[in-house]
Design a protein around this ligand. Structure first.
Ligand code: ARG
Length: 587
């Protein structure tokens, strides 16, 4: 079985603790926070002092004495009140590097063990093109999907399309108002309805904001939209035919945007898929007394005495019987729970919906929906403009996702021209390069940092070849590849015993990969992995500046360093692929 560095260290500690009669539950070490404290640090002596009735330093000395006999350490020191600082032996690092390279997951542990996780992300509504608000869900969700897969989970990515709400009624009534001849769906007969949408995609995308504005300003229009929505939900054949055609039309453009971002869904299910499950669910919750009536509506109380903020009741059905967003989410969860082996559902949705998910999860808990399944809302902050407010276009509208990506690609093109990158490429090659760089830059900016903080969408800063950026990481990969291409036949080279300080730091960084991947899912923060990738690229730069590789005269050292480059490239490429950042062939 593959063991990470930390597990090797803990195993040594456990042997020593057992020999000393100390409780092995305390046999744990953490990576050191400072390099002059060694690689790992064990603080157990401090925690054990009271129960052992001995000064912590004395316990630490006992532990250190036995640890010094373990071959994996080159130095074991007691520091301060009783810390044990551990430095790993260089030959052990070399052996670990070889074992990690041989491991298919490059050290990523199999934590999922084939359990199923459903990732609910993207979540566009029918008839609305993808906009800036979808960027983060798509980018974070795709990365979390890939990371779960790497950790041995079975994954199912589901876009959970918003395709059954009021916007559908707004659209049908707007089409009727604009051009009655297009309103085939109002015929009310059972003739075969056309399957083509009565409007083009462009028209549809313009129609929606118009329809929404009309409903906001005109109560009669709103009433009409509501009536249409109710009729659709009740199964009116004409409205269903229209709905089907509009859904297909807008999905085509949404899927093209997913593809542009390298996002893959296993299911493009929507709210409509559970439409028949809603009434029985609501009835069950009413009959079991979980839901109660309140001013004609049906609600579920979810507040608890421990709450530190107000959690209002979940609104299950309105006075007119109409189901709500939360009702659909509950019905969807119930349907998802029928998947064999489902262990976790991850909702990658704007942090502003945190209360919604809190309510839904609590009702699910009360009603025994998806019992035993871990439900996680992975929220995120907004994409902001330079003014620090949620991003808007110059005329104050909502920015389309493709516009943002186009901006990044335009900036990438400008930078490519200015830098001499891609010199040997033809025009099409340059465009492809700009696309990879632009999209990679946006993704890295979106993924890095704490997902809960918003960030400023600033292509100027994102598309830079230096600094904490996607292009910097892409370039590090390209540079490593070309270095290895120049060293014929050395792709089989293996890292040897690291000698130089920056060489050692680089091996250590590569060996930490598996634990970082695990950590990024434990915290649901792909940013942890993004930050790691950046640190790794930096360590590589330092190593490359300080240690000759191709020019190294000693054959053994040269081969060992080339082996380290192979290792670094493998880890960096894997890390970027888990972040869904493509690396260009050349830059
Ligand atoms: N369509 C929703 C929106 O636009 C997002 C859906 C998120 N997923 C969910 N299961 N609620 O806000």
């Amino acid at each position: 079985m593959f063991l990470s560095l930390a597990s090797h260290v803990d195993a040594s500690l456990a042997t020593v603790f057992a020999a000393l009669g100390l409780p092995t539950a305390f046999a744990r070490a953490q990576p050191s926070t400072r390099s002059d404290f060694g690689d790992f640090q064990c603080n157990a002596a401090l925690a054990l002092a009271r129960e052992q009735g001995r000064p912590p330093r004395a316990i630490a000395e006992d532990i250190a004495g036995l640890l010094r006999q373990e071959a994996i350490f080159s130095a074991v020191e007691v520091a301060g009140p009783g810390f044990v600082n551990l430095t790993l032996a260089a030959p052990f690092l070399a052996a670990s590097a070889r074992a990690t390279i041989a491991h298919a997951g490059l050290g990523i542990p199999d934590l999922g063990q084939g359990r199923l996780v459903i990732l609910d992300f993207g979540g566009p509504n029918v008839a609305k093109p993808l906009h800036v608000g979808h960027l983060r869900s798509l980018v974070l969700g795709e990365s979390l999907r890939r990371i779960h897969t790497a950790l041995g989970w079975r994954t199912l990515g589901d876009a959970h399309l918003g395709d059954w709400g009021l916007q559908m009624g707004m659209l049908s009534s707007a089409i009727r108002h604009r051009d009655p001849s297009l309103a085939f769906f109002s015929r009310g007969d059972n003739e075969a309805f056309p399957s083509n949408a009565p409007v083009t995609l462009d028209e549809l995308e313009r129609l929606y904001p118009e329809a929404a504005a009309a409903c906001r300003s005109d109560a009669r229009r709103m009433a009409e939209a509501r009536a249409d929505t109710a009729a659709l939900q009740a199964g009116d054949p004409g409205l269903l035919a229209l709905w089907r055609s509009l859904r297909a039309l807008s999905l085509t453009s949404q899927v093209a945007d997913f593809r542009e971002l390298g996002v893959v869904f296993d299911a493009l299910d929507g709210e409509s898929d559970v439409r028949d499950a809603i009434t029985p669910l609501v009835e069950r919750l009413r009959a079991s007394g979980i839901a109660r009536e309140s001013e004609g509506a049906l609600v579920v109380d979810v507040a608890t005495a421990e709450d530190t903020f107000e959690v209002p009741p979940l609104l299950l059905a309105k006075r007119d019987g109409a189901a709500l967003y939360a009702t659909t989410d509950l019905a969807t969860l119930e349907a998802r729970a029928t998947h064999e082996g489902l262990a976790r559902v991850v909702y990658v949705v704007d942090q502003r919906q945190a209360l919604h998910f809190e309510q839904v999860f609590r009702v699910a808990g009360k009603a025994g929906i998806a019992a035993g399944v871990e439900l996680i809302h992975v929220g995120f902050g907004t994409v902001n403009g330079r003014d620090g407010r949620p991003f808007k276009t110059r005329d104050g509208g909502v920015a389309r996702l493709t516009e943002l990506l186009d901006d990044a690609m335009a900036k990438a093109t400008e930078r490519i021209e200015g830098s001499g990158y891609g010199r040997e490429l033809d025009a099409a090659g340059k465009r492809a390069l700009a696309r990879r760089i632009g999209i990679g830059a946006v993704k890295f900016a979106d993924l890095s940092g704490d997902r809960l903080s918003g960030y400023v969408f600033d292509v100027e800063r994102m598309v830079a070849f230096e600094g904490r950026t996607g292009p910097y990481l892409q370039y590090a990969c390209v540079r490593l590849r070309s270095l290895l291409a120049k060293a014929d036949g050395v792709t089989v080279a293996e890292p040897g015993v690291p000698v130089h300080g920056s060489e050692r730091a680089l091996v250590m960084a590569c060996l930490g990969f598996g634990d970082v991947v695990a950590e990024s899912v434990r915290l649901m923060q792909p940013g942890v992995l993004a930050e790691y990738a950046f640190g790794l690229a930096q360590r590589f730069s330092r190593f490359y500046a300080e240690c000759p590789v191709l020019a190294e005269p000693d054959l053994g050292t040269r081969t060992s360093r080339l082996g380290l480059c192979v290792f670094t490239l493998g880890v960096l490429e894997r890390a970027l692929s888990l972040l869904a950042i493509d690396v260009p062939e050349r830059m």
